[in-house]
Design a protein. Structure first.
Length: 236
């Protein structure tokens, strides 16, 4: 199987130039599906910390690069929305966050914020043992004994060490959200109205912009509930 991906066909969220070269590295199977960006692209093309796949492998073998607290990562490991990438020796910590063009970007955060990551609940599934499984946006699954407080569209913050839920943000009117896809990707605001669509169509959500006058409307699948720590990036 080829380890290369044509640049012109990569997802719009990938932070790569499409017309400079024909190919780029291909992501391995794993979190985030086809939207996952290979870690090598962040190390080489975005941060400039390595020049080649070989250098990336060497750097990762030293155990100083962590993804969501895990140091056992490969250079083609998919990186996606809300992942935490930490460079221990450099004392640099980043959250993967969509910019206003919808591309994934690295937002600096402090060391304390790097100990957990945000996940959007896509749906819930009943499993054996009378437990409920929360299925998150990046493919992660989390078992909870009492799922009554959680709903699809909510966001939770998960500790990277023990996978415990440390915070819960319901999806409802008044919630702080960011758009992660569509024409308003990267914009942040407060939900003022959730317009329920009859049948199987997507609900619409109206969002009042946080830092400027105006609102935007999009489908609710394109928004993720966040908290105030996501506003302003590195001033957490």
């Amino acid at each position: 199987m080829t380890k290369h991906q044509k640049r012109l066909s990569v997802p719009k969220s990938w932070p790569v130039e499409r017309k400079t070269e024909t190919f780029t590295v291909k992501a391995d199977s794993g979190p985030h599906g086809e939207d996952g960006v290979p870690l090598l692209i962040l190390l080489r093309d975005v941060l400039g910390y390595v020049q080649s796949r070989k250098e990336a492998r060497y750097a990762l073998d030293q155990g100083n690069v962590l993804v969501n607290g895990d140091d056992s990562v490969a250079e083609d490991r998919p990186i996606g929305m809300f992942d935490i990438v930490a460079f221990i020796e450099r004392e640099e910590y980043y959250r993967v966050f969509p910019d206003e063009g919808g591309r994934l970007a690295l937002t600096p955060i402090d060391a304390d914020a790097a100990g957990s990551k945000l996940g959007k609940i896509e749906d819930k599934t009943k499993v054996a043992g009378d437990q409920t499984q929360l299925n998150l946006h990046d493919g992660q699954n989390l078992l909870v004994e009492d799922a009554s407080e959680y709903s699809a569209g909510d966001s939770i913050v998960i500790d990277n060490d023990d996978s415990e839920v440390v915070a819960h943000f319901p999806y409802e009117e008044g919630s702080l959200v960011t758009a992660v896809r569509g024409a308003h990707a990267g914009e942040i605001g407060e939900v003022t109205e959730i317009q329920v669509t009859p049948g199987s169509g997507s609900n619409n959500v109206v969002v009042e912009l946080l830092d400027e006058d105006g609102t935007f409307e999009t489908v609710e699948e394109y928004v993720v509930v966040i908290d105030e720590n996501f506003v302003g990036g590195d001033d957490e």
